[in-house]
Design a protein around this ligand. Sequence first.
Ligand SMILES: [Zn+2]
Length: 242
Amino acid sequence: MFKVWIDAGHGGKDPGAVANGIQEKDIVLKVSIGIKNRLEADYENVQVLLSRSTDVFLELKERTTKSNAAGADLLVSIHCNAGGGKGGFESFRYTSASENSIKLQDKLHKAIMGKLGGIDRGQKAQNLHMVRESKMPAVLTENLFIDVVSDADRLKQTTVINAIIDGHVQGIAAYLGLVEKTKDDKPVSQRDINVPSKWAEATWAELTQKGYFDGKRPGATVTREELAVIVSRIVKSNFSNN
Ligand SMILES: [Zn+2]
């Protein structure tokens, strides 16, 4: 089981960059939780651990102490940028990064840019705590600028947040060589609800044929009123069979 450590920057009393009606700490938390959910839902053999899953403050040292103790296989620290300019995406490794950190940065950077588009500020190296003190391959991503109006407008869109999440998921999966789960193992939100799962195919056909279900949308969730109708059909058919 691969262990992926996702570090949402800032939190609690430290909001990170604040401008244009958004706060860095909120965006990076949303992205981090999204990465965990999607990576664990879509890929085999991977567990995602988070520095924080709520709006709490953590010192930088606490973050790396925990991820090192957990023996994570890689760490990605999620941030949004500030400082003006034209905006865009950039990523950081340590100034004397390992081969694997360089490889992780390259996979992540290309996957995120591929999903996000826009200005590519490049794959950079800097002496930052999170990438220096992590014992495992580590990269810090700066996902658009909070204080650049056009970037902030993008960060307010769900599709853009999803692109950032997808890019991270794809990059991590490529680096670790993760295997995608088969369609039937995926959660309801990511399957074709009009096609029955392999394991349920025969039962679905049988109960549809008996008239308990209408044969439509086998993968959809059922409401209480729909269930009441189904129960009523079962009760009535049992009664008539007696
Ligand atoms: Zn930050």
